[in-house]
Design a protein around this ligand. Structure first.
Ligand code: ARG
Ligand code: ZN
Length: 879
């Protein structure tokens, strides 16, 4: 643990004074101690006159040689995580030998042990700055080097030795030891280095790239998990084909390794040639994996694979450019998932995530631009803003250029920046130049925090048959004090007749456009768009497909929203109209006003419920009102428990309108189709079945619990089983104890299944949640040392259970603060991420606000907090 340090600024960027042309790494691997010898061929920038300074953290320096000579103690200094060496010249070779302690590494950064000392394996995590925990190095992404890596270890304990690159020999050593060497022909930054060593099993597949390279795909996991890797292998092959077709990107090594571990701080990591995955993002089998998790596995496998071009071949100049690779790769991953599954459902899922995770971040004290201007701890910036909002920015650019134009631009971007460490300017320049357009106005999106508001107002002139759409943008909290330039906001739109038909569009202006659907770009603070030959007063469908990451403010009547909900052919906007209408219905209940929106919402959904043409999964989503976090975003003095109960009432009204009989019949029809298949129709049925059962429970508690108990018992797979268990838990069913007990026994040996057992209970609504969490902390399977387990219990409680966490007495806040202190001493990255649950405390109603403030202040006063946690707590308090 260290003290908070000064922040690092984008504006301070300087090219490295010293580069490393080649690096030879030799590892003598052991659980308690490993030794690393590094030989660096150094290159000096003749234009700079800086001493050789290398990053290194917690390294025990055993020896240091420069150009073959042992250095005297006076010729180097190691302090403050920097090694400074005298006498190095351009072309010098520096050789250091250090000792590491993998088993004692609980931060899971650098070289660490996954699993037990007896059975576990060694692995590395370097992004963002883990490599400096392995050896002395200029640990920054703009230093690209060629790696040769040799691993040595006891053969019985570490039968499998892997590093990134192509294999270059292996053999026996004395004393039961062996070695293996790997050469990576592609120069790379240190954050993409990886090794894995231990007892692992594998599945393999041969693959031939479109440009003719034979590649061996190998997925590695511990023996008990290897049978759950087949789905990931299929997903990997689909990803590789898709990237060839969609972007002309081919894989570029002879072997591609993927490894699963249960001990990982994030989802997965794109190390060159050796991707490492959190097991929950890789393993899948019907008995322990839900449909949502299957799709997540497919998406993460694709994401990490796509990084091979967007991230590895073209990397980032500095960590401020993180979204250059992450936003772009999330966008590519989203496009892939849309192609593999239902495109509108994928878009709904992505926007729902953006609203649940990114909008609150952007609206509170942790808000930062997609390209932050400064940070103290870079690991705190792997955020929804950098990832999800970053992907939305790429989506806008892709929309602006069109399908072929975007491909042309991407070809240019990859070709021009291959083997380079690039910036967001480089990206915009390549896209723009390939299309002879200037995209620099979009740079403003990367530099400012906050979610823009888009105000829309329509006026129909019946005499002239003209419809004028006035669009205006503003940034909340900006109060006109600092003038920010307006952002380019692409608004995809259509106009509907009162009968639900789309009107042909004629847009007058410099470039007159026609069609049923158009994109207008709001480039100024306010603009009018005049549509001519409009036969009747239209209902506008705006921001179709969520064409820009903004909050739309439009004075729709409930009837207009109901019309779009019934008729919009844009699946996303249909859902969106329903969400807006549901939010209005919620406000009817909250404010005790005439329930006009509530009525309209229920009526529209009742019609859709009987419409056989509508997809079951879309229907399930339409029947789901905005979540508690989203509803809270619309308020200023937040009472999460009141929001929960109002939302329950809202759903109860919907259930009443649909009727217990209709719900029961629909449930029975869906149960009759119960299968374990993964095709879209089966998944959609399971999704709707769950939603129908949840709604029925609001009308007929005992009856629904009876059905849920039956569903739990008969479930052929995890989706149905977990859905039933969740209904039993949330309704405090008489059968819940037996079901929880059964699940605990059944999945006792499956960590990922057990995580869901913790999570479902941590989401018990309201007051009882806290005691349940405390009790579960005493379960033999709970530990603060495993990030997935922490997330499943504490994460699910503080993040996914607002009515449980935000107790009026503040006990939820105190629990979180206490656990953060303990967690921080083990794993600062995980502690810092959990601490972001305090985001938004300023907007709580006064009593909770004061309780939260007291807990955070007390935590902030704690001595020895990590830089990670200190930065989050500091930001959360000081705004
Ligand atoms: N680059 C990884 C990804 O695909 C995330 C790794 C971040 N790790 C970390 N410790 N910050 O998204
Ligand atoms: Zn990524």
């Amino acid at each position: 643990p260290q003290q908070p340090s000064a922040s690092i600024r984008l504006s301070d960027y300087r090219a490295p004074a010293w580069r490393v042309e080649t690096v030879e790494l030799d590892f003598d691997l052991g659980i308690d101690a490993s030794e690393v010898t590094a030989g660096l061929l150094l290159r000096r920038d003749p234009a700079q006159d800086a001493p050789l300074r290398l990053d290194g953290e917690n390294l025990q320096l055993l020896s240091i040689r420069l150009d073959g000579r042992q250095l005297p103690a006076t010729a180097y200094r190691y302090a403050g995580n920097v090694l400074e060496v005298d006498g190095a010249r351009d072309g010098s070779v520096l050789e250091t030998r250090v000792r590491l302690r993998p088993a004692a590494n609980t931060a899971l950064e650098g070289l660490y042990l996954s699993g037990s000392r007896e059975a576990g394996f060694l692995l590395t995590q370097c992004e963002a700055e883990g490599f400096r925990h392995i050896t002395f190095f200029p640990d920054r992404p703009d230093v690209l080097s060629s790696y040769t890596v040799t691993l040595r270890a006891d053969r019985a304990r570490f039968p499998v030795l892997l590093a990134g690159g192509n294999p270059d020999g292996a053999g026996e050593l004395e004393g039961g030891r062996h070695w293996a060497r790997f050469i990576d022909p592609h120069p790379k930054p240190s954050y993409l280095f990886a090794l894995v060593a231990g007892r692992l099993e594998k599945i393999e597949r041969d693959y031939v790239t479109a440009d003719g390279r034979a590649v061996q795909l190998k997925i590695w996991a511990e023996a008990d998990a290897i049978d759950r890797c087949h789905y990931a292998m299929d997903a990997l092959e689909r990803s590789m084909r898709w990237d060839e077709q969609a972007y002309g990107c081919n894989y570029d090594l002879d072997v591609f390794h993927v490894v699963a571990t249960h001990d990982f701080n994030m989802g997965a990591m794109e190390n060159k040639g050796l991707n490492i995955f959190n097991a929950k993002c890789l393993l899948a089998e019907p008995d322990s994996t839900t449909d949502d998790e299957y799709r997540h596995v497919e998406a993460v496998v694709a994401h990490e694979y796509f990084h091979n071009w967007s991230g590895n071949r073209v990397t980032c100049r500095d960590w401020f450019q993180l979204s250059l690779k992450e936003g772009l790769t999330v966008f590519r991953e989203q496009s892939f998932s849309a192609d593999m599954n239902s495109a509108p459902l994928k878009r709904i899922e992505d926007v729902a995530l953006l609203r649940r995770a990114q909008f609150p971040e952007d609206a509170g004290p942790l808000a930062h631009p997609v390209r932050p201007a400064q940070y103290s701890e870079i690991n705190n910036f792997y955020t929804a803003t950098v990832y999800e909002k970053g992907a939305e920015l790429v989506r806008m650019l892709a929309g602006a250029l069109g399908r072929d134009g975007f491909r042309r631009g991407m070809d240019r971007y990859f070709a021009r920046n291959d083997g380079r460490a690039a910036t967001i300017e480089d990206f915009l320049a390549a896209l723009g130049e390939a299309n002879r357009t200037d995209l620099t106005p979009y740079l403003a999106w990367y530099g400012q925090a906050g979610t823009p508001r888009l105000k829309a107002h329509g006026h129909y002139d019946a005499a002239r048959h003209e419809y004028t759409l006035t669009l205006a943008q503003h940034m909340p909290g900006n109060h006109g004090t600092e003038a920010r330039p307006p952002l380019p906001i692409p608004v995809k739109l259509a106009l509907f007749t009162p009968h639900g038909d789309m009107l042909p569009l004629h847009l007058d202006g410099q470039t007159s456009k026609t069609g049923n659907e158009l994109v207008v770009v709001l480039a100024q603070a306010e603009q009018n768009f005049v549509f001519t030959n409009v036969a009747t007063a239209p209902v506008p469908s705006l921001l179709r497909g969520f064409s820009a990451p903004v909050i739309l403010e439009c004075d729709y009547t409930p009837d207009e929203l109901a019309l779009l909900l019934a008729h919009d052919v844009d699946g996303f906007n249909r859902w969106e109209a329903g969400q807006q209408l549901a939010a209005r219905a919620y406000e009817d209940l909250r404010d005790g006003t005439a329930a006009i929106a509530l009525q309209a919402w229920c009526d529209a959904l009742a019609k859709l419920f009987d419409n056989a043409a509508i997809d079951d999964a879309l229907l399930a989503d339409l029947l789901t009102p905005p979540g508690e976090v989203e509803l809270a975003e619309r308020e200023s003095a937040i009472d999460p428990q009141r929001i929960h109960s109002l939302r329950q009432t809202l759903q109860q009204r919907l259930a009443e309108r649909l009727g217990a009989l209709a719900l029961r019949q629909r449930y029975a029809a869906l149960v009759a189709h119960t299968t374990i298949e993964l095709d879209a129709i089966s998944q959609a049925r399971r999704r709707l079945k769950r939603r129908v059962l949840e709604l029925l429970a609001l009308l007929d508690h005992d009856g629904a619990c009876e059905l849920a108990a039956g569903q739990y018992r008969d479930a052929p797979g995890m989706t149905d089983r977990l859905a039933a268990l969740a209904v039993l838990v949330r309704n405090d069913a008489a059968q819940v104890g037996a079901a929880l007990h059964d699940y605990r026994e059944r999945h006792a040996d499956n960590a990922l299944a057990l995580d869901k057992w913790f999570a479902v209970q941590a989401q018990l609504p309201g007051e009882p949640a806290l005691d349940r969490v405390r009790a579960l902390e005493h379960d033999a399977a709970f530990t603060l040392k495993n990030p997935n387990r922490v997330q499943s219990l504490l994460g699910a409680f503080v993040r996914n259970n607002p009515s449980g966490f935000h107790r009026l007495d503040g006990a939820g806040y105190r629990l979180l603060a206490e656990r953060l202190v303990a967690l921080d001493a083990l794993n600062p990255q995980v502690a810092a991420r959990l601490a972001t649950a305090f985001n938004g405390w300023q907007r709580l109603e006064p009593q909770r606000r004061e309780a939260a403030r007291a807990a955070i202040v007390e935590l902030a006063g704690h001595r020895g907090l990590s830089r990670n946690l200190a930065e989050i707590i500091g930001s959360v308090l000081n705004h």
